[in-house]
Design a protein around this ligand. Sequence first.
Ligand code: PMP
Length: 355
Amino acid sequence: MSAFISEKYRSFSPYVPGEQPQDKKYIKLNTNESPFPPPPGVKAAVAKAADRLYLYPDPEHKVLTQKTAELCGVSFENVLMTNGSDETLDFAFTAFCDTNTPALFADITYGFYKVFAESKRISYEEIPLRIDLSLCVDDYTGKKGTVFIANPNAPTGLLLPVAEIERLLNSDPSRLVVVDEAYIDFGGESAIPLCKDHDNLLVVQTFSKSRSMAGARLGFAVGNASLIRDLKTIKYSSNPFNVNALTAAAGIASLEDDAYTRSNCRAICENREYTVNKLREYGFYVTDSMTNFVFARHPRISGKFIYQTLKDNGILIRRFDTPRIEDFVRITIGDRRQMDILLDAVRKITEVKNA
Ligand code: PMP
């Protein structure tokens, strides 16, 4: 740390992303990326856009925004494109929280929520999930602030039905609810249709998971036009050209081949069911994940041991040093070959420990 860093960041713990090792080739099942490349049209679209890199991109990204709006069944003014969905969340914490409007989120959820709140000096309350790690919307009753819910939740993988989101929205129409749907394309039902009748709902989605574009950094917000205008106030006060021209071109090409994305999502859901069944056969407790990862705990083998043994065998997964879930491991669903290698290694770990 230099002598020049702002007081605010002197004792601050930033978000720690999953490992992106460059040294050795791992079977990489640690950061919920897709095992599939982006749709074939993306490469050509990016190459074509590269010819115009001497120009700034359209700050409104009209074509991409319109196509995203069509995909979501909403209008142009209901959508804002961002540099990954992390940026949408960043804008939302800035726009909709402060010391008088705390952020409310689960005790076990996407770790960045806490970092956003702390870095922006926003007060926050972590609301415990139930013992089975599910979220009870009644626990938010009577609490003032802006609610952030990852749905499905990460790292638990558990999905809250849309009817529960609607109940939460109706319980206090003066309170904003931000629903982070990073993993919604793997079997969940989106809350986007509720935006029409609920001014207090903002939905956040990403191209990083189901659309195989984590490296391009593209996300978006959907909500009523005034919420989107609020987010634009933040965007135009921090980074007007937040989405670069190559990423925008990739995003448009991806939306033009939605069938490809749907087919990949089906393959991932099939591999997920296959993986869950095998892990349960090997004695694991596995949550009913509706995402592109599974969350599992073995009754006798620590999460730390499983993580380290797999890493030593060239397989990267993720675990968290967070109370209540220290012994869980989070495993991204890859292709069938990757899952077979992982499952074989996990089976060997359980056999040695049983011997
Ligand atoms: N929300 C959740 C729940 C996530 O797990 C992630 C991925 N780390 C994000 C948002 C951010 O994803 P991205 O910025 O790649 O869109």
